[in-house]
Design a protein around this ligand. Sequence first.
Ligand code: AKG
Ligand code: FE2
Length: 318
Amino acid sequence: MEVLQVTKYDHLDTDSFDQLVSKDVPFVIRDADFGGCLNRWSADYLMDRLKDISVSVHVSNEPKLDFVNKNFSYKTMALNEMIDKCLNDRQNYYYLRSVGSDRRARDVADIRTQFPSISEDITIPSFLAINETKDETQDSDGKQLFSSVFRISSQDLVLWTHYDIVDNILVQIRGTKRVVLFPPNDSLFLYLESDKSRVIDIDEPDDQMKEKFPLFLNARRYECLLEAGESLFIPSLWFHNTKALEFSIGMNFFWKDKQLSQQNLYNKSDVYGNKDLNPAIDAFTNLDKAMKHIDKMPQKFRQFYLRILINKLQKKLT
Ligand SMILES: O=C(O)CCC(=O)C(=O)O
Ligand SMILES: [Fe+2]
């Protein structure tokens, strides 16, 4: 499989950042200043600062988390215990993706509120021009902070290939992470189940992949080694898969597009940034209804009309 490298940049200002964002292709910023976290956050520092904070953690005895076969469970533990296990437990793999304090109240992850003892270590660089206030009516150039997520993982942990619905900047603070990305238009090659790909081992040799997931080999594979201190822009709908090559500390910031917000296209109950846009959900519901009608017909007619439907959809694709 051919690999396309993600381009890395230095010294971006708002204009050059926005211009790259508008190309809708991932890129890395080498020198974005997210504050003291970049220097201060070591395992020891966080263990000391966050020892009383309890978090829900994915735990698995396999490094590649598999949502189909559910090879992981969620355990609640103190953050210092989690970090200690990441570093010292060689039988199990741990992954933290911080969540809001009260998810039923549609509380999204907010790293600075949920981890106040380290909040001063975090600043969002001004060149990103993300509106950080909760007031969505306030004028900004179109980016509204949606959530900020703390991410810690054991060495070798792989997070499955998925897409998010909002734009994202993933900040690597400690350890190197390999990130593989696939463009939204390659979704038909990824064997999707909802927002996730069923291809759990994206590094399987081509001949084995050909047997199990032949179409996967057609996907355009972008890759980058995200080093400590670097940040990766992940455009909405781009599929991504991450592998911590070392014990890894990071965080990410999701932001909403102002226009899509104003048109009420985002699902209001989305706390993760991965619920499909409202019209897409309506379309899926209607498609389910359409399929019920199709199923009323005998096989020969069903097959015929399914192809007619595919043709209608195909013509919509540009
Ligand atoms: O490496 C990780 O923790 C996954 C990052 C991710 O999925 C994201 O930032 O959207
Ligand atoms: Fe993601």
